[in-house]
Design a protein around this ligand. Structure first.
Ligand SMILES: [Zn+2]
Length: 463
């Protein structure tokens, strides 16, 4: 177990969660103070101290007449906290990033130039890279989340083609012996399989696994049929138990097929190696990996510590530390095994927030296309927020490339369009001041600062 890394991650988790929890805390206090004579000064001082930013002065000035619009203030503070967390991501993550089990340098040794991961968009998988897999973010490690891990095959063929062009033109160092790896990550709940599994598959685990395997094979067939047999990327299927962050790793068998029932189970391996010396544990893990490769009929194909089996080994070792982490800080199983997100993000995810249940994510270009995902998000927040009188905070976020003329303008226009469509779709909430929606864009290659692309929430919400 990597105790130093676990300490860094714990600090990160508490920092990020604390920042969002402070919003509710501060607003509770404001609610009690709002009729005091020096309310505006008290409120500003409290906000600066606890939240790190000031509140809109005109909202406070008129508080003594009709009270503060707490719903609008809550949304304002939440969006400001999101932006602050994105700004602070570099500092927040400075401790754990260099300590991750899997760093950029390891990928080339394993034999991969690009790792393209599509987890389910479920909020419980947002800590996938740093927590569950102990993998450092890198420019060529992509996380593209989709409901049910059902990634877009055409988009992926385009992404693969771009990297293949870079590989063939020598833009990827050592590219002649490196592969592209596509990973799909489904999820399940070991303690409440029928309720807390993947909503996109009706909590039906077998359906989630089968659908992910079908997509991975479809991508391989698509590339082979388009660019010639043998061109296809390598594939790996990953399962995450969202109760405790244990993983299942499915590798292709000798015929290239992924099998639903054949996987390495980190929870079982963790239990089997518990109490062993580091050397003995390492030997037991290696033996289990070799047995698995033989079982797949691929013993000759898989050579530790390289390739898919080497990656499986690295991810399992990293995941053991996460199982320790959940054991130590969450009693072996998260207290909230279901949804507990702070806000909804529609469009493209905010990659600098990497923590379980930070936001519910609906991957979309238009509201029509992502309607089902957004409806699920709205339903979740009905329970989390609306019933308590708190609004549904909806961040619409798209990225743009400064290298492409007009890209920012198009991202802003798309964001405003999605926000408008969301207000129409959830008019019943918007009319009661229970939907607060803001649009932000960020530059893809330069540090991911959020740039607000619309008027502040209160104006938008019609106050
Ligand atoms: Zn899911």
């Amino acid at each position: 177990m990597d105790a130093a890394l676990n300490d860094c991650l714990r600090h990160y988790e508490l920092t990020l969660r604390g920042r969002f929890a402070a919003v509710t805390d501060v607003l509770r206090t404001l609610s009690n103070l709002q009729h005091e004579r020096d309310f505006a000064q008290q409120a500003q001082a409290l906000a600066l101290e606890r939240l790190g930013f000031e509140l809109p002065a005109d909202w406070l000035a008129s508080a003594w007449v009709q009270g503060v619009d707490m719903s609008a203030m809550y949304a304002h503070c939440l969006f400001a906290t999101i932006a602050a967390s994105v700004d602070h991501a570099g500092i927040d993550q400075a401790c754990w990033q260099p300590r991750m089990t899997l760093q950029s340098v390891h990928w080339h040794a394993l034999g991969f130039h690009t790792i393209d991961i599509s987890p389910c968009a479920d909020g419980r998988l947002q800590g996938l890279l740093p927590f569950v897999l102990r993998t450092a973010p890198a420019p060529f490690v992509w996380v593209k989340a989709y409901a049910g891990a059902l990634f877009d095959v055409e988009h992926d063929v385009a992404d693969w083609t771009q990297r293949e062009l870079e590989r063939l033109t020598g833009a990827i160092e050592g590219g002649d012996r490196l592969d592209y790896l596509k990973v799909a990550a489904y999820h399940y709940s070991s303690s409440a399989p029928c309720d807390q599994g993947c909503a996109a598959h009706g909590s039906h685990d077998a359906a989630a696994v089968a659908a992910a395997i079908e997509r991975l094979h479809a991508l391989q067939v698509a590339v082979d049929n388009t660019y010639g047999h043998g061109a296809a990327p390598q594939v790996l299927l990953l399962g995450v138990d969202t109760d405790c962050d244990a993983i299942r790793i499915h590798l292709p068998d000798a015929s290239g097929q992924l099998r639903a029932e054949r996987y390495l189970d980190s929870a079982a391996l963790y239990r089997a190696t518990l109490g062993l010396s580091a050397d003995a544990a390492q030997q037991a893990l290696d033996a289990a990996l070799q047995r698995y490769a033989t079982e797949l009929g691929g013993a000759a194909l898989y050579h530790l510590p390289h390739g898919l089996l080497g990656l499986a080994q690295a991810w399992l070792v990293g995941n053991f530390s996460q199982l320790d982490y959940v054991q130590q800080h969450h009693g072996g199983r998260y207290a909230v095994i279901g949804h507990d997100e702070a806000f909804v993000c529609a469009g493209e995810a905010v990659p600098s927030l990497q923590l379980r249940n930070q936001f519910y994510f609906a991957h979309l270009d238009t509201v029509e296309e992502g309607a089902a995902d957004l409806d699920v998000g709205a339903r979740i927040f009905q329970g989390l927020n609306v019933q308590r009188g708190l609004p549904l905070p909806l961040l619409v976020h798209f990225t743009y490339s400064a290298r492409v003329p007009g890209s920012r303008e198009r991202a802003v226009a798309r964001g405003l369009r999605v926000a408008q469509a969301a207000r129409e779709r959830f008019a019943h909430l918007a009319e009661r001041g229970l939907l607060h929606c803001r649009v932000a864009v960020s530059e893809r290659h330069s540090g991911q600062r959020l740039e607000w692309a619309d008027a502040p929430a209160a104006t938008v919400a019609g106050h």
